[in-house]
Design a protein around this ligand. Sequence first.
Ligand code: SIN
Length: 490
Amino acid sequence: MTISLSKGELIRENNFIGGLWVPATDGAQFTVTNPATGEVVTNVANSGPADARAATNAAAQAFPMWRDTLPKERAAVLRRWHALILENANSLGELISLEQGKPLAEGRGEVAYGASYVAWFADEATRIYGDIIPQQQRGKRMTAVKEPVGIVAAITPWNFPLAMIARKIAPALAAGCTVVAKPAEDTPLTALALALLAHEAGVPAGVLNVISASRDHAVATVADWLEDSRVRKITFTGSTPVGKYLARESASTLKKLSLELGGNAPFIVFDDADLDAAVTGLLAAKFRNGGQTCVCPNRVYVQDGVYERFAALLSERVAELKVAPATDPAAQIGPMINVRALEKIARHVDDAVRHGARVLTGGNRLPELGPHYFAPTVLADATPDMALCCEETFGPVVPLFRFSDEAEAVQAANDTPFGLASYFYSQDVRRINRVGRQLEAGIVGINEGALASEAAPFGGVKESGYGREGSKYGLDDYLSIKYLCQGGLD
Ligand code: SIN
């Protein structure tokens, strides 16, 4: 089966519920805009609780059928979905860039990245093993089997409109769960396009349901899922305050939760690091998606002996980054998602400068490009009393902190409630072993800035949440273990 659609043909304005494209129950809509220009892209359904309920009804009806499919049948459907995503990679990449703003090369890269989770979980669907427990009593057989948890509600962010929802839907479907999903209000179009391709790939009606809602409607809409005891799991990527809210509000029905929440990633450069490699790694990690990534380094700690040299090497490379709309093939950094994001970045830079930071490059908005652009920035002499030390900036700003010994760097790196990613550069094998163990994070990059992979467990510790996405562990979040004890066998 080949279906190659243009970006325009992929755009859907209605909700996808029970295999049908339907408007919001009350006909409400909200506007999706292009962050590069502020221009209207289209209007989509502005869902409310009735639409959330309709999605749950469809998912509940489809669940017994989907749960009882053979794993290899689910794998085959996921493989077809994977093929269709790749076949439409150019149009999907353009759609991502249109509603999210990232450069086209990154939009296309995200399609491949998101699709890799679909392929991964297609294979994992056929590897959901249980255990035969060694016999404890005569005449008894004890087994443990894994079963789908039930209906999964997926709530996804705007920074990776395709990859984040794909890596929630794919394991859920692989496990035999059905899904209700709400993408972020800034970027609903890619999620709806994915639903279209899933339908074409043979995902049966009701197995995947996607509804869109504006920021104003989101709380009431999602509340319907939180209160509904038929929804057995919430999987969310987004901010820590929202993650805590979801955990609190879903407690009355004791749902299983996967929360991939905020980070405040440290990036440590030791005196013994390969400095060129550290600069390259930092650029890759920090400026991916213009700094709007949960695993972006937020605090860069550089040891005394290499501080000025590293700062100079880094600023030179950062100053060369090309800021432009996604439509410019040379663009490396696009617009920030919205004006709130831009204001937070500007506030962090102003506050840092007020507290004594030196601007080595950037430090300013770029109004000549549009309202959402900020220059890639390097700040020297950052200190812990600056807002950007304890808050995630989520933009193209690199603050350089100075440290003198290893214990001080590890202590500073861990001095945060968050624990998603951390990075360090060193060529000392003993130090690598020590620091790797001591950093409090779910993900540690050692002499490496690009960490994400469908084969690796992605997730945090502390207030960065719990649960893992990707890898063989990623399926466990969508399964529950059932113990079967059969007697009278002797
Ligand atoms: C995120 O920003 O939440 C995800 C980034 C990634 O998958 O690397």
